[in-house]
Design a protein around this ligand. Sequence first.
Ligand code: NDP
Length: 330
Amino acid sequence: MTGTFRAIRVSKGEKAPQVEFANLTEADLMEGDVTVAVDYSTVNYKDGLALTGAAPIIRNWPLIPGIDFSGKVEKSDNPNFKPGERVVLNGYGVGEGHNGGYAQKARVKGDWLVKLPEAISNEHAMAIGTAGYTSMLCILALEKNGVTPDKGDVLVTGAAGGVGSVAIAILAKLGYRVIASTGRASEADYLKGLGAAEIIDRGELSGPAKPLGKERWAAAVDCVGSHTLANVLSMTKYGGTVAACGLAQGLDLPGSVAPFILRGITLAGIDSVMAPMAKRVEAWKRLATDLDMKKLDAMSVRAKLDDVPKLGQEIIAGQVRGRVIVDVNA
Ligand code: NDP
């Protein structure tokens, strides 16, 4: 129908959110000074939480979920953007409080948009998605704290997931020796193909942590939290850094201060949602040069808007490998 566009809309349900496909008009969109013709979105862990109601992510009902998208500017009242420009959006509460990426159209604040580097297509931007952009934020934090390849191995937990897969590919390209921790032994070849030198079973890290363990890695990107993060910290070499971005095992951190006060470990917290614009631009610029797009293709599968509800359940069950590109116009 003219003037309408397709979207997923989630309403508050008795037990779980009600997910429906709807034909909407621009009147259904929220405030913003830039309208974007959305090309692609993706399925991040947080999208899974929003779609299934496994955690109270959505703050405004009904809402179009989808915490990220790539597309082309269609209309702009913002002096920094003009029609036709290719843009990406990650976070800022989109898909949580503001209508998100699971739609053919989005209206947002221009201040939330990043212009895509030439080397990253709109499709690759969502193969990267918020998961991959968060991986880059983690690696920037390690670099800021002086982690260089000669310092020792870098551990990535939740390795076969989205953040983990992209982190492995980037770290390997930058010359780090990467240890991948996974619960999916069957994905060992996949992880080695991305650049992991060694695979460990996540069971080694998922039980209660000792205050200090044997020093095993110089740094880590942790997607898992809880006991896993406590173990990761307790086994990080003197002076090392751990970038903590995820909670796949849990929100808690049942550890001790021993790694901080006896080994001078730094725990770097990573938030992608409200990260300042300068950091976003830096992360996307680095993704253009430090992520091998062939490896990105190897870790990505394509999906349609129709597949999103099922993928939301699968990502929460830990069944999604790597990254999913959602073509909202397919
Ligand atoms: P995925 O679901 O793709 O990856 C998570 C991975 O964690 C799984 O693939 C699995 O890896 C591992 N995992 C799952 N459950 C458990 C468990 N119970 N114990 C140990 N490991 C487990 O999600 P994403 O990669 O998109 O996100 C990863 C984490 O990072 C999530 O918690 C997400 O919320 C968070 N995140 C945070 C951001 C921020 O701004 N701080 C931004 C983006 C994501 P394997 O099968 O290899 O064991």
